[in-house]
Ligand binder design. Structure first.
Ligand SMILES: [Zn+2]
Length: 413
C-alpha cells in the first residue's frame, strides 16, 4: 500500500495565427513530413527491432543536413517508427504521408501563456511566433501544469496546435482499508487496519423502496393504458414524472454515498475497495434474488461512479476485487455460510456467525489484503469477529449509529 504518483495528461487544442508570413512554418511542416516519409521508406524493409540508438545512427546526420534540429530529428524517428509499426499491424501497406503535421519536443518551443504566444524553433534556425486564438479561461487551468510536447497541424488553411500538459498527483499513502459492500438493502462501509482490526463501520440504507414505489406506479399506469400511454399527454407526463423522481433519488443517494465514503477514507487514510461489478455479472447472477430483477446493476454502477469520482478528487486510491464468494464464504475457515435468521449468516464448519453485510466486508478486505500484502504491509489475516459478537453489525459508537439513522431518514421521509 505505497502512496503512488499518478500522472494526469490532458491536451489543449487551439487555433494559432502566425505573426507575419506563413511561408516558413509551411516550409517546415513540409520538410518535417518529407523527412518522416524518408525514414519510413528506409526502415520499411528492415525486420529487426530498431532501437532508438540505431535509428539515431542511421538518420541523424542526414536529418541535420536538411537543416533540422536535434530534437526535431528525434521526434521524426519516433514518429516514423510508430507509423510503420501501426501500418504493419493494420493494412500491411507502407504509409504515404499527405497531411502536414509535426510533433515538437519541449526543447523546440516556448509557450508564454501570459501573452498567449507560442514560439516555435524551425529548420535552419528560423523562428516563428504564433498567437493562440482561444478564450483565456480555457488556458487558465493549465497554468500550474507542465507541458512537454505539442503537435502543429495545417488543416484547411488554418494552423492548429495541440499542447500536451501533465500534472503529477501524489496520492496519499494508505494506512487502512475501507471495504464496501453494496447490496439491495444497504451500502456497508467498514474500515480495517492492516492487521485486520475493524475500526469503523457504517451502514447506509439504500432508497430501493422509494425507487420501487415509483417503478410500480409506472407499471400500473402502463397496464391501465397498455396501448395509448405514449400518446395521451397527461399519462405520458405522469410516467415521466415518476422517471424523474427515480433519477433524482438514485443520483442523490449515489452522490451522498460517494461523499460519505470518500470523506471517511480521507480521514482514515484508506484505500477504497469495491467489488468489480463486471465480474459480479459474469460469475454470480443470483447472488441477491432481488438484485437483477428489481434494482439492477445500474444503481450499483451509479454509486460506484460517485465513490470513484469523489475519491479521485481527494487523491485517494481505489481498487477492485472479484466479488466471487464474498457473501457466501466463511471469512474464518472458508466454509460455506448458511442463512441463520434475518440477515445473519452462520458457518456450519467452525460456528462463525456474522451479519451478512459485515461478513461481506471482511471477505472483501481479505481478498484485497491477500493480493497486496507484498507492498510493505503485513498481510495478516483479519481477526474474524467472535461468534458472540453483535450480529447486527452496528457496534460503532453512538455517534455513528446516529449519523447512520439520520442518513436513512433522508431517504425514507
Ligand atoms: Zn467457518
Amino acid at each position: 500500500m505505497r502512496g503512488e504518483e499518478l500522472v494526469v495528461n490532458e491536451a489543449l487544442k487551439v487555433r494559432a495565427l502566425p505573426e507575419g508570413s506563413y511561408d516558413k512554418l509551411l516550409e517546415f511542416l513540409r520538410l518535417y513530413r518529407d523527412a518522416v516519409q524518408i525514414v519510413v521508406d528506409r526502415i520499411w524493409g528492415i525486420d529487426e527491432k530498431l532501437s532508438w540508438k540505431k535509428l539515431h545512427r542511421l538518420f541523424y546526420s542526414d536529418l541535420m543536413r536538411l537543416g533540422l534540429r536535434a530534437h526535431h530529428a528525434k521526434e521524426i524517428y519516433v514518429n516514423a517508427k510508430s507509423l510503420m509499426e501501426s501500418a504493419k499491424g493494420n493494412s500491411g501497406r507502407k504509409p504515404v504521408l499527405r497531411k502536414l503535421s509535426a510533433r515538437i519536443d519541449k526543447y523546440d518551443y516556448k509557450l508564454d501563456l501570459d501573452n498567449m504566444v507560442l514560439t516555435l524553433k524551425l529548420h535552419n534556425n528560423y523562428e516563428v511566433k504564433l498567437r493562440l486564438v482561444t478564450p483565456r479561461e480555457r488556458v487558465e487551468k493549465f497554468r500550474s501544469w507542465s507541458n512537454y510536447e505539442l503537435v502543429v497541424k495545417y488543416e484547411d488553411g488554418e494552423f492548429w496546435v495541440s499542447i500536451y500538459f501533465k500534472r503529477i498527483v501524489k496520492s496519499l499513502k494508505p494506512r487502512t482499508v475501507i471495504a464496501i459492500d453494496l447490496n439491495f438493502g444497504n451500502v456497508t462501509l467498514a474500515i480495517y487496519t492492516p492487521d485486520g482490526r475493524r475500526v469503523r463501520l457504517k451502514k447506509l440504507k439504500t432508497p430501493h423502496k422509494k425507487i420501487l414505489t415509483h417503478k410500480i406506479w409506472v407499471e400500473r399506469i402502463q397496464k391501465k393504458y397498455p396501448k395509448s400511454w405514449r400518446f395521451i399527454k397527461g399519462v405520458r407526463r405522469a410516467i415521466e414524472k415518476h422517471g424523474e423522481r427515480i433519477k433524482n433519488i438514485s443520483w442523490d443517494y449515489a452522490h451522498k454515498t460517494g461523499n460519505t465514503t470518500a470523506k471517511l477514507a480521507f480521514r482514515h487514510h484508506s484505500v477504497i475497495i469495491l467489488e468489480d461489478l463486471e465480474k459480479l455479472r459474469e460469475n454470480n447472477k443470483k447472488r441477491d434474488k432481488e438484485f437483477n430483477k428489481k434494482l439492477g446493476l445500474w444503481f450499483y454502477r451509479r454509486i460506484q461512479f460517485c465513490i470513484e469520482y469523489e475519491a479521485m478528487e481527494r487523491n485517494l486510491q481505489v481498487a477492485k476485487i472479484d466479488p466471487r464468494g464474498t457473501s457466501s464464504k466463511c471469512p474464518r475457515c472458508g466454509g460455506r455460510l448458511v442463512e441463520d435468521g434475518y440477515r445473519v449468516l452462520r458457518c456450519r464448519k467452525c460456528g462463525f456467525i456474522g451479519d451478512r453485510d459485515v461478513t461481506a466486508t471482511i471477505n472483501i478486505y481479505k481478498k484485497y489484503i491477500s493480493k497486496h500484502s507484498r507492498c510493505g504491509v503485513p498481510g495478516v489475516a483479519p481477526n474474524a469477529p467472535k461468534p458472540d459478537e453483535n450480529p447486527s453489525g452496528m457496534q460503532g459508537n453512538r455517534d455513528e449509529a446516529m449519523t447512520t439513522s439520520n442518513h436513512m431518514n433522508l431517504y425514507e421521509s
